[in-house]
Design a protein around this ligand. Sequence first.
Ligand code: PGA
Length: 260
Amino acid sequence: MNKIIVGNWKMSPNSVKETENLLKEISLISKKSKNIDIIACPPFPFLPFGKKITSFHIGAQNVSEEIDAANTGDVSTKMLKSLNISHVIVGHSERRKKGDTNSMINRKIAGILKEKMFPILCVGESVRDTNGEYLIFIKSQIHECLAQIPKAQIKNIIIAYEPIWAIGSQSQRVATTEEFVEIRIFIKKVLSDMYDIKTANSVPILYGGSVHPDNSKSFIDSGADGLLVGRDSLSAKKFGEIINSIKQHEINQRNREYYK
Ligand code: PGA
């Protein structure tokens, strides 16, 4: 499975010009990164600028849970599909803070899948307690967000583990690779109990939260199927360095195979 790198631009940049420049720079990077799935997620008004892009994917940062309704300010899955959007981030903690519940996210996922796009489901706790409450919290996020989603569709879902305490410039710290590995195994176990091992193994598990060029490779080395990058996805230089670190991981893997 190709490694996946998602750039979550959040509410940036502020202009069409900057958007066009950033997309152009990512295009150059992506042409040199054949076996990596790059997904850039600009804000809604700039999504049409991605329509001509073929060397990487354009994702959205949110979508309405309604299929067809009189909802001022909302954007539907059909609109995204008609713009060639391939992926949609759902359940990001910044949207959950604004009121998105697991049941709303569940409806969004069903709508995204119906339009044959890929949901990127974010899960993660706000605190790491010492008695494992965070595991119960993540388990219920997965159970409720994937409720009634047919087994055959699960392979089209990407899960990003984003501990809230590791996200953004105000974050306490980045997660350790050990913390990520624990959650990766835990998510696979939850999915395997809900469906089966084969289905659980078909779901890529990404890490997100203060990913930078100096720590990106360590997450990939410890088994992450990819990364969800916020701040550093707005700098083509840093985003490129993160992608290069994934390439370095692949080269090391190949060399290891060679010397076996
Ligand atoms: P960050 O954001 O990389 O700036 O911490 C990650 C995210 O919120 O998706």
